[in-house]
Design a binder for this molecule. Sequence first.
Ligand code: SF4
Length: 407
Amino acid sequence: MPSATGKKKKRVNVRTPEVMERVQAEVADHYQSSIVEKVRERGGVLTIGNTTIRLAKQFGFCYGVERAIDLAYASRRVFPKNRIFLIGEIIHNPEVNRQLEKMEIVSLPWQAMNEQYDDLGEDDVVIVPAFGAPVSFMDKVESQGCMTVDTTCGDVMKVWKRVRGFAKESITSIIHGKADHEETRATASRAAGEDGKGSYLIVLTLEDIDYVCDYIANGGDKNEFLTKFAGATSEGFDPDIHLTQIGVANQTTMLKSETEEIQRRVRVAIEKRDGNAENFSVFDTICGATQERQDALFEMLKSSMDALLVVGGYNSSNTTHLVEIGEKELPTFFIRSADCLQSLEEIVHFDIHQKEEVSGGTDVFGKEGEIVVGITAGASCPSNLIEDTIIKVFGLRGVDVDQIRAA
Ligand code: SF4
């Protein structure tokens, strides 16, 4: 089908059976773990001596991430000599991104296009990450005539379909997500509709939505509104006009309970203003994999544990929400890899409130007698990083890797 630029889309299919057979063996070799499989087979619990590791029932790579990684690896096999680029990161995990760099897959900036995009040509391959990319980026890549390998997750595309539908009916999309997250930026560009006239507003917190709801129900200071949401609205957004008919959607990896609360508050505000909810539409777009990982953690938290380790990239949204859930119940440490467990007392971890890596002391791991450590990970974390974490925790408690393998 011709694109808006008049050029034919050059989407390439790299998923041939021969390629995928090789790729899957390579991916398994890089990211799978026999120790994690062993713990899973035992119902997620492994006790050696006075240390117990408990794994959540669902954690780590989701189907969308597995597919994106497979396609990136396959691209290099199918195009061994071509330049291959990636818009931003394939997923939010430093280990996976390092592997792709080794394969000479070069990351392009995702916040704004630069001269590297002008330099792309017909022999170049451009991989679109699992989060998708804004329409303007897709148009640019097509206009340069590049071959595109699109790994956008189907669950993300479902959200796009919904917000495009809102735009067609002149409904403003309120998107619950992070304005500077790749997926939300890609979704917002679709909420602008095919003619670019659709409107959207991105909200992140309950405090944000309370402010918006107050405006919906009672009106307010337009300039203050626009300053507060600078960078989080469609061009020309006018809260006096564009908060009339509202459809709520969300980034696929948000905390479900928070998204539901946002939907509820918007509905209440519209009912207060209009006397009914006719101007309110909703579509729950939390993806199944995110939901399963959140539910599995809630389930695991019913068991008694001394600490929780959440493993993953610090910029991973779904991983951050697992940390939020955990820290309400017990000492929780967001670590990017096993190296963060520096000693029994010292853990380097990401503080999601200060938004920085900190080094914190704890007496949990050095406790005399029995301890139980829970481990989970977001959808972008490979099993080999979980394995390293299991080995490190046991190692700090005096159990070596041979004992783990023999257990
Ligand atoms: S977290 Fe959900 S939306 Fe994101 S890649 Fe995985 S399955 Fe797709």
